[in-house]
Write a protein that binds this ligand. Structure first.
Ligand SMILES: [Zn+2]
Length: 262
């Protein structure tokens, strides 16, 4: 599932491909998309210029020059594919946007869970999401206050977008390993020092994410890329202990039982 670094990478590619361009065509090619992008919405977008592409958490926002916004969620398997109008369409194409200069952007999404919605000018409301982890808004004090209200384990808490925006299953495991914090530690028991370490670790794993190598590729060896994610049974890169997998809130967490402490 794409997380913040992958969505940032995708948004940057989209920005380069379409910012300043005029929409010639917008099509919903799959029933799952037709309800989000009805005919009237698709017609309304035609002729509009794409002003800018923004990312908030894992949401991409395509701002049109009349104030309308295309809101994009990749969910599990979504991604952009860029071709030219008239080229062979990519596999699993769900939404197609074409510009008057011949760029074709396709939402490719094998599981078809992604969402593209058009919001009329002035109607878009961003859901309540926490600070962007790579900005100055993500402060130790703010993070600590938010954690103090949570008595559950830290790992599932990190996936809550209201706590911090854009951290998903992979980077939550990676950050906890980096900060040497056991994933089952109650969030509200973390000392100020450990909260600081965790905040720094979240920023570090997101900043150094191997986006281009990993995202959208099936041929990468997870064992090579990640510190703990997908490496249960393998040795910890720090202490050599055998890494473990722990199911938490329906998701797998990977951690080192020796050097990650409660
Ligand atoms: Zn270890």
């Amino acid at each position: 599932m794409p997380e913040l670094p992958e969505v940032e990478f995708a948004a940057t590619r989209l920005r380069h491909a379409v910012a300043g361009r005029v929409i010639a065509r917008l099509e919903a090619l799959h029933p799952s998309q037709q309800k989000h992008l009805p005919d009237a919405a698709r017609r309304a977008a035609v002729g509009r210029t794409i002003d800018r592409v923004e990312r908030r958490a894992k949401i991409q926002l395509v701002h049109l020059n009349d104030g309308a916004i295309l809101e994009v969620h990749f969910r599990m398997t979504g991604d952009w594919e860029f071709t030219r109008v008239g080229d062979e369409p990519p596999r699993h194409e769900r939404v197609r946007l074409e510009t008057t200069c011949g760029v074709r952007v396709s939402l490719v999404d094998s599981r078809a869970l992604g969402v593209v919605r058009l919001h009329a000018p002035g109607t878009f409301v961003l859901p309540a999401i926490g600070p962007e982890p790579l900005t100055d808004d993500f402060t130790v004090e703010g993070f600590r206050t938010a954690l103090a209200r949570r008595s559950g384990p830290i790992k599932p808490a990190l996936l809550d977008q209201k706590l911090v925006a854009g951290v998903g299953n992979i980077y939550a495991s990676e950050a906890l390993w980096e900060a040497r914090i056991h994933p089952a530690t109650a969030a509200n028991t973390l000392s100020r020092e450990r909260v600081t370490r965790l905040r720094d670790a979240i920023r570090h794993v997101l900043e150094t994410a191997p986006t281009e190598r990993y995202y959208g590729r099936d041929d990468v060896d997870e064992n090579e890329i990640w510190r703990v994610y997908g490496r249960d049974g393998e040795p910890c890169r720090r202490c050599g202990a055998s890494l473990k997998r722990l199911p938490q809130a329906g998701r797998s967490t990977f951690y080192c039982p020796r050097c990650q402490r409660r």
